[in-house]
Design a protein around this ligand. Structure first.
Ligand code: TF8
Length: 336
């Protein structure tokens, strides 16, 4: 009886499936999805995963085409192209979005999150959602957060064991006022620059150092031009998957649903993949000849003290309520 039922439902499902697919209101579309890292990176792997999911869910009608290595432009250039409607999708760091929605700068304040568990629940909860929604007035649709990760410091000058060692180092930072302010307080000479220009700047010595998660230091081959890595974990940067609002508004409800569901699936894939990749990265970077160290808890505490004015400045420049709200959300999930 049970087997018969299984068989019957199986047949019913098989008969219904093609009907359901053709009943979907889905057009044949090419979706250009740009990103700044290489194909062989957490971004590259997750874009590929997303493309496969979208293809599966749309019966092959929606075709996501990935463009790696900032070949469609830097994060900020792509944001503008999306706003204008000339490109459909991208992924990049939230930190580069501050020119569009200033509030995204709140994530850039140092030492906010302790671990990935805190990050995931705050980003996927009401706080992260609210920030994402604020993009829609600006011509962008935020779909999901992926992980870029906790950032660490590399340079070609000297090992950093205390804050003073950073003195005078020309350090590339993202084009974001919180980063510039924070690193200048550590005594470096902060140079804002697009990621797409970073490797060349390190290679030619235009800058001495940079800061990014270990997975990026690996996938962008910064170990070829940087000797010292200090595991500071000073800021957690999310990635955000964006769509052009102009384009999005022209999609059918079915198409939007497919893309949204595929984006949620890609979020789970990307975070797991990123975490697995970065767990391997430190050993890999050591093997490539990098000299790696951690900072003592006392030194990290000194850093926290030094950047208190960065928080004050962020608060007085209009971010006070948002910062409090974020801190409250984090405390809700923080282990005692
Ligand atoms: C940076 C970011 C970048 C990402 C990527 C290009 O340092 O961490 O690696 O935004 O999307 O600029």
């Amino acid at each position: 009886m049970f087997r018969k039922l299984l068989l019957a439902t199986g047949i019913a499902a098989a008969l219904l499936a093609p009907v359901a697919a053709s009943a979907q209101d889905v057009k044949s579309r090419i979706i250009r999805f740009g990103y700044g890292l290489s194909e062989n990176s957490n971004q590259g792997r997750a874009v590929k995963f997303f493309a496969e999911e979208v293809s599966k869910r749309s019966g092959g009608k929606l075709k996501v085409k990935g463009f790696a290595d900032a070949s469609l432009g830097s994060d900020m250039q792509m944001q503008n192209t999306l706003i204008g409607g000339a490109q459909e999708m991208m992924v990049g760091s939230t930190a580069t979005l501050v020119g569009v929605v200033k509030d995204f700068g709140v994530y850039d304040l140092p030492f906010l999150f302790n671990d990935e568990k805190e990050v995931d629940s705050v980003l996927d909860g009401p706080f992260g959602e609210k920030l994402m929604k604020s993009l829609s007035d600006k011509g962008l649709v935020g779909l999901v957060y992926w992980e870029n990760g906790f950032r660490n410091l590399t340079n070609s000058k000297r090992p950093i064991t205390k804050v003073e060692d950073m003195g005078g180092i020309k350090l590339r930072v993202m084009q974001n006022p919180v980063y510039i302010d924070m690193f200048n307080r550590f005594g470096v000479n902060a140079v804002p620059l697009a990621f797409s220009e970073l490797f060349a700047a390190l290679e030619t010595g235009t800058v001495d150092g940079q800061e990014n998660p270990v997975a990026i230091i690996q996938s962008s081959k910064f170990y070829e031009v940087q000797k010292y890595l200090t595991l500071t974990r000073h800021v957690y940067t999310p990635f955000i998957v964006l769509a052009s609002k102009r384009w999005w508004d022209g999609l059918s409800a079915d198409e939007k649903k497919i893309l949204q569901e595929a984006a949620v699936a890609s979020r789970e894939f990307e975070r797991k993949d990123s975490r697995e990749a970065s767990a391997q990265s430190v050993a890999y970077l050591k093997e490539k000849g990098m000299q790696i160290n951690e900072l003592s808890p006392a030194e990290l505490e000194r850093m926290r003290e030094m950047i208190k004015p960065t928080f004050d400045r962020y608060a007085t420049e209009g971010g006070a309520d948002l910062l409090k709200e974020l801190q409250r959300e984090i405390m809700k999930v923080r282990k005692p």
